[in-house]
Design a protein around this ligand. Structure first.
Ligand SMILES: CC(C)(COP(=O)(O)OP(=O)(O)OC[C@H]1O[C@@H](n2cnc3c(N)ncnc32)[C@H](O)[C@@H]1OP(=O)(O)O)[C@@H](O)C(=O)NCCC(=O)NCCS
Length: 148
């Protein structure tokens, strides 16, 4: 079940992210709180426990897919695809024409997911993460109302 999350889900989100990202790449509690206070759109996927989270920026023509994480034991079940599609529908309804994201060029799984959803590679940002890894900028057109 997809739900819109608020600050009350902070502890669950932090626990989920701890499964998805190495410590240096995880968002802190402060980062998540600022995500909420800036009015970004945070979607969760829950079956009793929170199994996934995705965050989308405020749509201003372009909407940023800021992060997506799925619990380790629930991957490859279509959950990320479902959450991103829900975020794309919401953004299109808010008038966004494109969704954009940055993904580490070494994150093959995430790049495969985004390509499967129809995102195209747009540019490379060198050493974007400060660890020598480059980011691939990807874009999805939402012009037909949904896009995915
Ligand atoms: C990347 C991630 C979000 C994918 O979530 P998911 O729920 O497993 O993805 P889905 O099941 O919706 O995948 C949909 C399609 O994307 C592709 N895909 C997803 N993960 C893949 C992987 N690891 N390897 C290859 N293809 C993959 C497949 O085509 C998949 O369809 P299929 O299972 O029918 O072959 C998840 O692996 C994760 O949380 N990783 C750690 C955090 C992260 O890297 N987030 C992205 C950067 S912000």
């Amino acid at each position: 079940m997809i739900e819109v999350l608020d600050e009350s889900a902070l502890e669950e989100i932090l626990a989920l992210e701890a499964q998805g990202f190495p410590p240096t790449e995880r968002w802190s509690a402060e980062s998540w709180l600022s995500e909420f206070s800036h009015g970004n759109y945070v979607l969760g996927y829950r079956e009793k426990d929170l199994l996934a989270v995705a965050s989308f920026g405020r749509p201003e023509g372009v909407v940023d897919l800021r992060t997506v994480t799925v619990a380790r034991n629930h991957r490859r079940q279509g959950i990320a695809k479902t959450l991103i599609r829900a975020g794309a529908r919401w953004a299109a309804q808010q008038g966004a024409m494109r969704m954009m994201l940055e993904v580490s060029q070494v994150n093959d799984g995430a790049i495969a997911l985004y390509s499967r959803l129809g995102f195209d590679g747009l540019a490379i940002r060198e050493n974007y993460y400060g660890d020598g890894n480059d980011a691939l900028v990807m874009e999805l057109a939402l012009a037909d109302g949904v896009g995915v």
